[in-house]
Design a binder for this molecule. Structure first.
Ligand SMILES: *[C@@H]1O[C@H](CO)[C@@H](O)[C@H](O)[C@H]1NC(C)=O
Ligand SMILES: *[C@@H]1O[C@H](CO)[C@@H](O)[C@H](O)[C@H]1NC(C)=O
Ligand SMILES: *[C@@H]1O[C@H](CO)[C@@H](O)[C@H](O)[C@H]1NC(C)=O
Length: 463
């Protein structure tokens, strides 16, 4: 999903001129990407430097360790759902787009069987009952309380408070993928197909009226984004936030593609690493006519929102009833401790985003707005089925589900506060899929923030 490339192509020769850009001050390569990305972020009290220090040296290393565990590395996804909005006949022909599903015997029993237990539907089907019985062997070691906890997860899987169109993980087409074996990186998926995805997200799903042109759209009506930013400034904070979250997600994905670019591709070796030119094309202030630094600020905004969600959801994970069920109890306990450590770290962040300004208006109005946001976001999660490249589709689905879960958490604050310390939590639930998506999606954003430091350092030497 790399619309940036297409945008630049639309810009015509701006990209071709890249090597001849003025060098040295006042616009050194580093400054041109980053000088505006500093200090306070709009709509919140936080600043970029605080986030960098907190993320790169405290949170990122722990989070990465967590995401390498069995519980977090397996994600079940249906990559074969048809695109509901247009005819998508671009089977992914690009080799690097391929996703390797896991042979199911590699997925820990506990995770697989829990998957079965979630489903009432599956339990009603004879053949799958047999399967569940076979896998059930693992569960006999579970305590009564644990079994009950697993069971009640089921009841909430179809809950209407979800911000995403979740995959039917019981569909025969849904497969476990090992996220560590299928990293998000440059795939060559860009150009018109990727552009179409992002375009329909921005144009049809971000509350933007059609007559307001986005910046950098080619041809008529390009006023350097003046009208667009005037519109954005005028909308309520919630709709503005929505746009910024999507833009932040877009920026994050493009940072990954630039940071893990296919640099060398020979029969003997494939090498992935940072491609500064690619990065500049997407984020340099001059090349993107001011858009790049805005995109990067939106990335930080997204970071704050997801971080806030993690800090709010701590009580849900702190309960003794929350267990990982991968089938190895001592390992599960270890990982749960690490999980709590990450959440406590998130909570310790000093300059949290204050989401209380969200949906704070008149109650009726607020409820309507929240519902609108939810539906728009749900629609975006469906668009992910239209992404032509399987690997991009996998990460697109995971990241929208993760962000959707973060939003669900932020809007369930009062329910989370009411969760009893022991016994089942009926008011608020997260499925394993949502949990895996939440942490991995945040892992991506956290990695992006970390990668920026790397690009900063490279650009500093370029002058
Ligand atoms: C959902 O997205 C599609 C594709 O972009 C769009 O055509 C449709 O109008 C959107 N629907 C809603 C309710 O936002
Ligand atoms: C880096 O990316 C640019 C496109 O942005 C491409 O033209 C160039 O070949 C890439 N460099 C390497 C070493 O792959
Ligand atoms: C269970 O996890 C512990 C701690 O991580 C590990 O030492 C042990 O080998 C694991 N046992 C099995 C059967 O995998």
């Amino acid at each position: 999903m790399a619309a940036g490339g297409a945008l630049l192509r639309a810009l015509g020769f701006a990209a071709l001129l890249l090597p001849a850009l003025p060098r040295g001050s006042p616009g050194s390569a580093e400054r041109r990407c980053f000088c505006q990305v500093t200090g306070h972020l709009d709509d919140c009290t936080c600043d970029v430097e605080t986030i960098d220090a907190f993320n790169n040296y405290k949170l990122f290393p722990r989070l990465n360790q967590l995401l390498e565990s069995d519980y977090f590395r397996y994600y079940k996804v249906n990559l074969k759902k048809p695109c509901p909005f247009w005819n998508d006949n671009s089977h992914c022909g690009i080799r690097d787009c391929a996703v390797k599903p896991c042979p199911s015997d590699e997925v820990p029993d506990g995770i697989r069987s829990a998957g079965y237990k979630y489903s009432e539907e599956a339990n009603s089907r004879a053949e799958e009952c047999e399967e569940a019985n076979r896998l059930g062997a693992v569960d006999e070691s579970l305590s009564k309380e644990t079994q009950q906890a697993v069971l009640q997860w089921t009841w909430h899987d179809d809950s209407s408070d979800s911000f995403c169109e979740a995959d039917d993980i019981h569909s025969p087409d849904a497969e476990y993928v090992d996220l560590l074996l299928n990293p998000e990186r440059y795939t060559g998926y860009k150009g018109p197909d990727a552009w179409k995805i992002w375009n329909s997200i921005y144009e049809e799903n971000c509350f933007k009226p059609q007559n307001v042109k986005r910046p950098l759209t080619s041809g008529r009506g390009d006023d350097g984004g003046q009208m667009f930013y005037k519109w954005l400034k005028g909308v309520c904070v919630e709709k503005r936030a929505f746009y910024r979250l999507i833009s932040g997600l877009h920026a994050s994905i493009n940072i990954h593609l630039s940071a893990r670019y296919l640099l060398q591709d020979t029969w003997s070796e494939k090498k992935w690493g940072p491609n500064v030119t690619e990065f500049q094309q997407r984020f340099d202030e001059v090349v993107t006519r001011g858009e790049g630094p805005r995109r990067l600020k939106n990335l930080y905004f997204l970071y704050l929102i997801e971080l806030r969600a993690l800090s709010k959801v701590l009580p849900f994970f702190e309960r003794p009833g929350f267990q990982l069920y991968t089938g190895n109890q001592s390992h599960d306990a270890e990982i749960k401790n690490l999980l709590l450590e990450v959440l406590h770290l998130a909570k310790s962040f000093p300059l949290h985003f204050d989401e209380n300004s969200f949906f704070a208006g008149n109650k009726k109005e607020a409820a309507k707005l929240k519902e609108e946001v939810r539906l728009h976001f749900k629609n975006i999660s469906k668009i992910m089925d239209c992404v032509g490249c399987f690997k991009c589709r996998l990460w697109g689905k995971l990241q929208t589900q993760g962000l959707g879960t973060a939003l669900k958490i932020l809007f369930s604050e009062s329910l989370i506060e009411k969760i009893p310390e022991s016994g089942p939590s009926y008011g608020f639930q997260l499925t394993r899929q949502e949990i895996v998506a939440l942490f991995n999606a945040f892992g991506r954003i956290s990695t992006s923030v970390r990668e920026l430091e790397n690009f900063r350092a490279i650009l500093r030497t370029m002058r």
